[in-house]
Design a protein. Sequence first.
Length: 241
Amino acid sequence: MTATQPEQAQQALKRIYLISGLGADERLFERLKWEGYEPVHIHWEKPQRQESIEDYAKRLAGQITTPCPTIVGLSFGGIIAIEIAKQIDVESVIVISSAKTSLEIPTYFKLFRWFPIYRWFPFKQVLWALYWVLYWFFGVSKPEDRQLLKAVLMDTDIDFLRWAMERVVMWNNSVVPERLYHVHGMGDRIFPLRWAKPDLRINQGGHLMVWNQAEELSTSLAKILAQHQQPEKPTPLLVTE
């Protein structure tokens, strides 16, 4: 049986693997456009007690079926993408609103190493009272953006959240994979730009620019993906929409 044209086109698409933010699902990537690519979402799995970030990344890498893949990671997903890239061969890694090494983790995050209040903090109960603070931190102002953020936070498993926060706080990475691209918003309040050294900066981009500045970000990502055939990593870009 001969494949139809739509089926042939689908078969020709190259897979790109997406890892969302802290406990979030693929909803945050809905507005991005991946021309010429088939987006495949890597789904969070329940971490084992005291599981290291390296072992967890190895488990998630089992969802990747493409040799030498391209991986895109958002926020905590970017950290996981880097840990995966340290274990398998990848074509490239794109981290968005994230950090490449422990030096790019804000200093105040590291205070939780000595004061790990996240271990017993009543997140769900407090979220209802502090949503307006989270809206500011995540850089969302439109009602539909706030509604999405609220839904994502309420759907996040608390045990996973506590485990992931500890892994971010304790992350001690100094290895930056080759052909890694770091895209960061100049208005990010979770991982402020003053600690980051991105390859590409999005003017006025907040931590959730993947959602509320999806059009601009899609254009920028397309430029990065188009340069994959170059033998060397391209010169850093500056986007000033």
